[in-house]
Design a protein around this ligand. Structure first.
Ligand code: NAP
Length: 253
């Protein structure tokens, strides 16, 4: 199926590793020009850039920014537009998953999880939508949530579950605000992937996790990225405000 997104411009937050990397590569494989945002993993972001350049010959840059800081977000959008052209697709993938039960959770942990996982998407969505409305352009936003948004945390991640649930209702609300302007806002809710974020946890409790997944295996990041790429395309022209479950049947709602 041709997704008709060749030469569009996409910004992917947290594109240096894990799911973000797979989304960058998945979009580039469709001919999309890609801005790979990273926070601390400059070398890994550069590897993604090099891989895309060598395999897909589409334009690609790495852009450093902490998504929870509005001045850095502003600069990231300016760099992307200056180098690749006006933005068409925004993917809010950056996230953290610290561990602590609520009674032991430092206030700073709560704040940073909410700031990166929820305020970050607010800052980037606000900037993208303001520009699209100002210029009369349309656009697609895909926010990466989690099955934890619906199920809650099982192992000391209440801050994370709350941030991802907030992201789902933010997605619905923004989708309603901008649908008439041709701006689409959706979310993807992945199950478990053995990325840096969850690798140790999955290794240590593999049998327990596998029992919860009807398909009987942990996801490859590319399997989640496929849904993101589809939602970023005009093939998803009648979908907005939705959260797509891609979780091997782990949570059927
Ligand atoms: P990961 O391998 O730990 O990668 C996290 C990414 O987020 C990195 O690229 C990191 O950039 C970036 N990041 C963290 N803080 C940032 C900040 N302040 N500003 C900009 N970027 C920042 O995680 P992952 O598993 O790929 O997770 C990707 C998304 O999927 C997250 O939203 C996560 O919550 C969600 N998810 C993951 C799972 C899972 O099982 N892994 C399940 C459900 C949902 P640097 O390396 O440059 O710092």
């Amino acid at each position: 199926m041709d997704l008709h997104i060749k030469d569009k411009v996409a910004l992917i937050t947290g594109g240096s590793r894990g799911l973000g990397r797979a989304i960058c590569i998945g979009l580039a494989a469709e001919g999309v020009k890609v801005a790979v945002n990273y926070h601390s993993s400059a070398a890994k972001a550069q590897q993604v850039v090099e891989e895309i350049k060598s395999k897909y010959k589409t334009d690609v840059i790495a852009v450093q920014a902490d998504v929870s800081k509005s001045a850095q977000v502003q600069k990231m959008f300016e760099q992307t537009a200056e180098t690749l052209g006006p933005l068409d697709i925004l993917v809010n993938n950056a996230g953290i998953w610290p561990t602590a039960y609520v009674t032991d959770m430092p206030e700073e942990q709560w704040d940073s999880t909410i700031d990166i996982n929820m305020k970050g998407p607010f800052l980037t969505c606000r900037r993208a939508v303001q520009k699209w409305l100002e210029t009369g352009r349309t656009g697609k936003i895909v926010n990466i949530s989690s099955q934890a948004a619906f199920y809650g945390s099982t192992t000391g991640h209440a801050d994370y579950a709350a941030s991802k649930a907030g992201l789902v209702t933010f997605t619905k609300s923004l989708a309603r605000e901008v649908a008439e302007n041709g701006i689409y806002v959706n979310a993807v809710s992945p199950g478990f992937m053995a990325t840096d974020m969850a690798r140790d946890e999955i290794r240590n409790n593999k049998e327990q996790y596998l029992k919860r997944i009807p398909l009987g295996r942990i996801a490859e990041p590319e399997e989640i990225a496929n849904m993101v790429v589809f939602l970023a395309s005009d093939r998803a022209g009648y979908i907005t405000g939705a959260t797509m479950d891609v979780n091997g049947g782990m949570l059927m709602r």
